[in-house]
Design a protein around this ligand. Sequence first.
Ligand code: ADP
Ligand code: G6P
Length: 471
Amino acid sequence: MSHTYDFVVAANRLPVDRVTGEEGNEGWRRSPGGLVTAMDAVMRGRDGAWVGWAGDPGEAPAPFDDAGMQLHPVPLSEQEIADYYEGHSNDTLWPVYHDVIITPTFKRSWRGAYRAVNKRFAQACADIAAEGATVWVHDYQLQLVPEMLRELRPDLRIGWFNHIPFPAVELFAQLPGREEILEGLLGADFLGFQRTEDAGNFLRAVRQYLDLDVTGDVVDLGERQVRAAAVPISIDVEGLREIVESDSVQARAREIREQLGNPEKILLGVDRLDYTKGIRHRLKAFGELLADERLDPSKHKLIQVATPSRERVKAYMDLRDQIELTVGRINGDFSSIGATALTYLHRSFDREEMAAMFAAADIMLVTPLRDGMNLVAKEYVTCCADDGALVLSEFAGAATELSDAYLCNPHDIAGLKQQIMKAVDAPAPQRRQRMDSMRALVSENSVQQWAKNYLASLEAAPKAPSTQAAS
Ligand code: ADP
Ligand code: G6P
């Protein structure tokens, strides 16, 4: 029998993507997104395996070791990438779970692929989990895995954590196959969500569509119970602090300021290029503030980092076109030779460069229309100068904890402009005081602490009769 593990993580993506260079040479590069940032930090230095997709079509590479972590690639065909990943996961579930910001596409064939790929993930976990092991399943791409895995391996402790919001029942109601998803999730022993509201939405959906008894945060399935509660995710505070406090990153932060002409204020946005992130609303507000002459393009510079994401999904292609058009317009209207009002960067950077940007920025703009947590907000708070300021959307999960930010409703452009100006004009002591309290909050709940809390809840969940008999 092949090697088995007491702790297994399953997520759609591995922490690294396989990339093929122009000359056919293969390499690995860090995968995008908050899930990977968080779970990579949790898994390093811990004995365990990570089951996930290597990011390209066709045969999966053999399992391999990545800095002590055992990676177990799951293959996806071209068709499955189109139907399971780009289709059902990112063109059906993603928009439904993010307040239907765009109209979701519903396709029956996509659901079949979602089921088949979830089955493959469940089997891959079952194959490598030791007797009585803990398997921690992640996110909306794998919602059927808990039930499928329990059927294969009733001896396991199964947890699931949702990195994104869980929608209100009125929106969840639209989803063909909604009962199947709820039943899939209820295969877990413990379900974790970013906010209490998300767990509440899930419990309401269970009551409404499965007609099960729910008492407090516990669903009664008769033979066993499943708890659903909030465990808000965080970042690797110590690791990031170490990076940002290094001489080279501090020097790079100064260099960034110099390269922008030492402006009075640097504003910064860092997002995957996703319609949930409110990038269009932010650019509109910035453009109008320049036009109103409340911001001065020679004194106030915006850097917008937009990480390429899901580039074959139409909504993402359209969004890129709209954003790049807006960037061009703003720069056409307000830049001068050698002095660009808005620096737009459509690519990935290493952690040092990201930390340097956070350290260089006076004002961070995090304005999603809906976001599970938004780790960028917490990263900025950890890296910025003592008098940095955070403008944060009420619709980001992070707003529950970071209530000392300059909170905004990004749909209300006038209100958003007002909050940006409040952050720009705030006296340094006020900014310092707000930042101090947010920093204390973020450092109290590192991602390592989050994982500990989550796993303690999973461990404390009532054992199913079959696992009790086995132990
Ligand atoms: P999401 O998971 O939706 O992408 P989060 O804000 O929760 O959003 O997490 C994004 C993560 O990706 C953060 O850790 C952030 O630092 C990182 N990131 C964002 N843009 C880039 C980029 N261009 N290059 C490298 N890392 C990035
Ligand atoms: C969000 C999701 C993750 C996903 C990431 C990047 O953080 O919660 O599950 O991995 O975005 O998206 P991608 O589609 O590139 O994996």
